[in-house]
Structure formats: structure tokens, C-alpha cells
Design a protein around this ligand. Structure first.
Ligand SMILES: [Zn+2]
Length: 113
């Protein structure tokens, strides 16, 4: 008896791998940002304003990356639980092409649009 390979499951495994790579990348980005934030010590009062602006910008970037990390972890959890690829709103299967383009999507095109 042949064991059939579920093409959706295969797609999800591919997505999981891509998400894990992205997660590793984001984690190292966060480490870099943290190091940079720590090194931003005002040397001169005239430079303080600029440095505070840089700090604000970096903190903004860090915040959005942390948010992405959170979404990726949730997506990976859904893949692990087998609830991935199901629209959170209507319960329909989300188009795998949509998931490949936006792996953290929790709603189908119809519900998101
Ligand atoms: Zn939907």
C-alpha cells in the first residue's frame, strides 16, 4: 500500500522551514539592534538630540521585528498543531499561494479583503 504525500502538508513543511530561517534572521537583527542601542551613549550634548532620534528609530524597528517574531512563533505553533492554513474567521482552507506569499496570514483572502 502506497503512502500518499499530502501536498498541503508538504507546502506547510516548506513554509515552516522558511519561517524558522526568518526567525533566526530576526533574532540576530534584534541582537544587533540591542548592541547598537547600548553603544549609543551621548558623547556631546549637541549630539544628544540626534542620538535620541536614532534611538527612537531603532526602537521602532526593534518593536516591529519583535511583532513579526511573535506572529512567526504563532504560525509555527499552528503548523505544529495542525491548525495552520485554516481561516480564523470563516474556517475555510487558506489558499496555499496566499500562505506562501504571507506565511503569517490567519485569514483567507475573502475575509482579509
Ligand atoms: Zn475566511
Amino acid at each position: 500500500m502506497a503512502i500518499g504525500i499530502d501536498p498541503e502538508m508538504e507546502t506547510y513543511q516548506e513554509i515552516a522551514k522558511a519561517l524558522e530561517n526568518r526567525l533566526a534572521e530576526l533574532t540576530s537583527n534584534i541582537t544587533e539592534i540591542d548592541n547598537e542601542l547600548r553603544s549609543l551613549l551621548p558623547a556631546d550634548w549637541k549630539e544628544q538630540a540626534t542620538q535620541l532620534e536614532n534611538q527612537d528609530a531603532l526602537e521602532g524597528i526593534e518593536k516591529s521585528k519583535l511583532q513579526e517574531i511573535h506572529q512567526i512563533r504563532e504560525a509555527l505553533q499552528r503548523i505544529g498543531e495542525g491548525s495552520y492554513g485554516v481561516c480564523a474567521q470563516c474556517g475555510e482552507t487558506i489558499d496555499p499561494r496566499r500562505l506562501k506569499a504571507l506565511p503569517t496570514a490567519t485569514r483567507c483572502i475573502a475575509c482579509a479583503g
